[in-house]
Design a protein around this ligand. Structure first.
Ligand code: PLP
Length: 385
């Protein structure tokens, strides 16, 4: 049972079929002037039309990148490069942002910017009062995501945009977890820069896009050919872009069982065991559940769940095979121990309610097996001493 849709989603058959010709027979370089090249360019433009319509923006305001990560890097570092001759020398990043935003800090610092983290509350929501206090006319850019990828909590993005713009700063929104998950447009968020990614919405991996509001100044991170309005040099992945466009076209037509599956899963958990949940149900992504089993490391739980046929995630980074404490939970004020206990279950459009109920039973089974193991160890320890 795959319950890790926030990490990635399966490629839609329609997207795979749309990509196929661009992987083989239609091999033209979109920068070439001949017929093959023009066909490839038209295919990219068609996808750009679909994506920009879905975002509610102009065709020319979308540029394709190799990932959500690259789009966020381009937004933040690109804005820093384009505005380095102004007195705006501070950049504010939400403390619970994805690493593709947070890890821009070292480059920004080398470019002479002061990077500050905006505190979040217990549910990883930005503290607007803190943001307002931090803002002044020396801030170049604020980056606050649309929804947190670990806890699934929605951010007060319209308010973030309002206070940010009041101080003349740019607003970048990482909307990777929310694109097409609910109806919104870039106007609703009022972002100057906004990041999305194809593989979270049943498109191919290795394709993202950046919305750049007309008139917003950014500089490219790659130099070479003049692709993507000279903002992202490099021959485009035509098949990937076409697959992205097709996924965007198809998603609204798909039956969506995320909420029902999530509810069945939560009901399954709560009917048998009281499990403290970090995030409550309001203002949370429809397919997200985040739980902690106090005293049980997420890593132990995930290994056992995998054996029981449930694929879930901690949502946190994995380094040399072991799970680091989640930087999101640490930012929320949890201890290092607690920040290693977070488990994320995320449901897809096609997850069935039965699957979700069965998964909940296996989660309870895994927790009880681990607890029994702990108890045995404690008793054996006592007997030995
Ligand atoms: N931002 C958020 C909130 C994400 O969840 C992810 C992926 O996990 C990314 C950015 C990075 O996107 P990509 O995998 O396309 O680089």
């Amino acid at each position: 049972m795959y319950l890790d849709y926030a990490a990635t989603t399966p490629l839609l058959p329609e997207a795979a079929a749309a990509m196929q010709p661009w992987l083989q027979s239609n091999y033209g370089n979109p920068s070439s002037l001949h017929a093959e090249g023009r066909r490839a360019k038209d295919a990219i433009d068609e996808a750009r039309e679909i994506v920009s319509t879905a975002l509610g923006c102009l065709f020319a305001e979308v540029i394709f990148t190799s990932s959500g990560t690259e789009a966020a890097n381009l937004a933040i570092i690109g804005a820093a490069l384009a505005n380095d001759n102004t007195r705006r020398k501070r950049i504010l990043l939400g403390a619970a942002e994805h690493h593709c935003v947070l890890h821009t800090a070292s480059i920004l610092q080398r470019l002479g910017y002061k990077v500050e983290l905006i505190p979040v509350d217990r549910l990883a929501r930005i503290r607007l009062d803190a943001l307002e206090q931090m803002l002044s006319d020396d801030v170049l850019l604020v980056s606050v995501m649309h929804a947190n990828n670990e806890l699934g909590t929605m951010q007060p993005v319209a308010e973030v945009a309002r206070v940010t713009h009041r101080h003349g700063a740019l607003y970048h929104c990482d909307a990777v977890q929310t694109f097409l998950g609910s109806p919104w447009t870039v106007q609703d968020i009022d972002a100057d820069l906004l990041t999305i990614s194809a593989h979270k919405i049943h498109g191919p991996k290795g394709i993202g896009a950046l919305y750049i509001r007309a008139g917003t100044m950014i500089k490219p991170l790659t130099t070479g050919g003049g692709q993507e309005r000279e903002l992202r040099a490099g021959t485009e992945s035509v098949a990937g872009i076409v697959g992205f466009g097709e996924a965007v076209r198809q998603i609204p037509k798909m039956p969506d069982n995320r909420r029902a599956a999530r509810d069945a899963f939560q009901q399954g958990l709560h009917s048998t065991a009281a499990i403290p949940s970090v995030a409550n149900r309001e203002d949370i992504l429809p397919g997200h559940v985040h739980v902690r089993f106090p005293g049980i490391a997420a890593e132990t739980m995930l290994i056992l769940l995998d054996r029981l046929g449930v694929s879930a995630s901690s949502g946190a980074a994995c380094s040399s095979g072991s799970i680091e404490p989640s930087h999101v939970l640490l930012a929320c004020g949890y201890s290092e121990e607690e920040a290693k206990e977070g488990l994320r279950f995320t449901f897809g459009h096609e997850t069935s309610t039965q699957e979700a109920t069965e998964a909940a039973a296996r989660v309870i089974e895994a927790a009880s097996q681990i607890r029994k193991g702990h108890e045995r160890q404690t008793t054996e320890g006592k007997l030995r001493s």
